[in-house]
Design a binder for this molecule. Sequence first.
Ligand SMILES: Cc1cc2nc3c(=O)[nH]c(=O)nc-3n(C[C@H](O)[C@H](O)[C@H](O)COP(=O)(O)OP(=O)(O)OC[C@H]3O[C@@H](n4cnc5c(N)ncnc54)[C@H](O)[C@@H]3O)c2cc1C
Length: 390
Amino acid sequence: MCIFTTVQEKFDYTIIGAGAAGTLLAYEMTKNPFFSQKRILILDRGDDQRLDRTWSYWERGDGELDHLLLHQWSQFEVAFKQKRYLHRMHPYRYKTIEGTAFHQYFDAEFLKHKNILIRHEEVQDCVENELGVAIHCQSKNVYQSTFVFDSRFNYPELKSQTKYPVLQQHFIGWFVETEEDVFDELTPKFMDFTVEQKGNTRFMYVLPFSKNKALVEYTLFSAEPLSKKEYEDEIVSYLKEMTSGPYKVIQMESGNIPMCCYPLWKKTTSKIMPIGMAGGWTKASTGYTFKSSQEKAKALALFLTQEKDLKDFYSAGKFWIYDMLLLDILFRSNEKGAAIFTSLFKRRKAPLILKFLEEKTSFAEDVMVMAAPRPWPFIKALLGRVFSGF
Ligand SMILES: Cc1cc2nc3c(=O)[nH]c(=O)nc-3n(C[C@H](O)[C@H](O)[C@H](O)COP(=O)(O)OP(=O)(O)OC[C@H]3O[C@@H](n4cnc5c(N)ncnc54)[C@H](O)[C@@H]3O)c2cc1C
C-alpha cells in the first residue's frame, strides 16, 4: 500500500512527461507573457527514453526548430515492385531532429525561466480535488496543480477496446556508416516497398545523412510486433541487396507507435488533459506525431490564455474519419498497404499529399487525394462504419 505525504507545493500548470509534447507545450508557454506570472511544474521520470529517438517531419520552408536540425531534404522517393517514384517536395522540406539535441536545448532554455520548475519524479496518480489536481509521485511527494497536462501513454488501454482497430507502427532502425559511398544523400526513401510484404504492410525507411551514413529502418504497419531478429535480418539483407559493402552500426532506435482512431482525448476533464501520444496527437494513418505536437502545443497554449474549459479544446474532424477508413482497410487486409500508398505517390504530387497528411487540405483537395487509390475498399469501409458506428 502506498501512503502519501501531505501536499508539498502548488502550481498553476503541471506537465507530466518532458518528452516531445510536454517540452513543446512548456516552450509555447515560455513564449507567451500570459504565463510569465504562472507557476509551471514539469515532472518527468527522467529515464533515457527521452534521448533514444530522432524525430522527422515535413514543413513549409523555414521553421522555428531549424537551429536544432540534424539534416533536411527537399525530395524523397517511394518504391514498389522495381519502380521508383521520385518526388520534389517544394514548398515543403523534410527535417530531422535528434532527441538529444532537442532536450539539451530545451532543458537549458527552461532553466532561464524562474516560473518553471523541473523535477525528476515518477508520477503514479492524479486525483482531482476542489483546488485542482493532487499529483502523487512514487517518491511519495504530492504536488497540487490547478491544471495538469499528462503525456503518460497507456498502450493496454488502447488495446482493451475493440471499436477502433489498433494497428502498430513498429520498427527497428540502424544508424549505419559504410566504407563506400553508397547512399544518395539528397533522397530519403520514405517507403521502400520492394521488401517482401509477407501478408503485411512492410517497408524500409532510409534517411541518408551523407553518402556513407544513413538511418535504415525496417517498418511495419501491422497488428503485432516481430522478434528483434526479424527486423535486424531484414536490415542486413536490405544492405546486402544494395551492395553496401562493409558497414558499422553506430546506433540503433526502435519504436512502436499506435495507429488508432480511438478518441483518447475524450478523457479530458476540466482539470486534466492528456497530451502527446496519450492525447491522440499521433496522426493515426501515419504514426507521425512530432509536427502535430508542435501545432497542438501552440494551439493549446493560446487556448489556455482564453481561460475556457479544457474539455472544449478537442474535437474530431473529417481527417479523423478518413484515417479511420484507411485503418479499417489495413486492419482487415494488411497486405493492401503497399498498393494503396504507392498508388497515392504514383498518381499525385508530393505537396498535395503532404498537405493532406498534415490535415490542411480543402474538401476538393481531399477528394483528389482519396480518388488516387482504387475507391472500392474505401467505399466498403465507409459502409461498414455507417452500419457499425463511428
Ligand atoms: C524511436 C522512435 C522514433 C520516432 N520517430 C518519429 C518521427 O520521426 N516523426 C514523428 O512524428 N514521430 C516519431 N515518433 C513518434 C512520436 O513522435 C514520439 O514517440 C514522441 O516522442 C511522442 O511524444 P510524447 O510527448 O507523446 O511522448 P514521449 O516523447 O515518449 O514523452 C513521454 C514522457 O513522459 C515521461 N513519463 C512517462 N511516464 C511517466 C511517469 N509515470 N511519470 C513521469 N514521467 C513519465 C517519459 O519519461 C517521457 O519523457 C517516434 C517514436 C519513437 C519511439
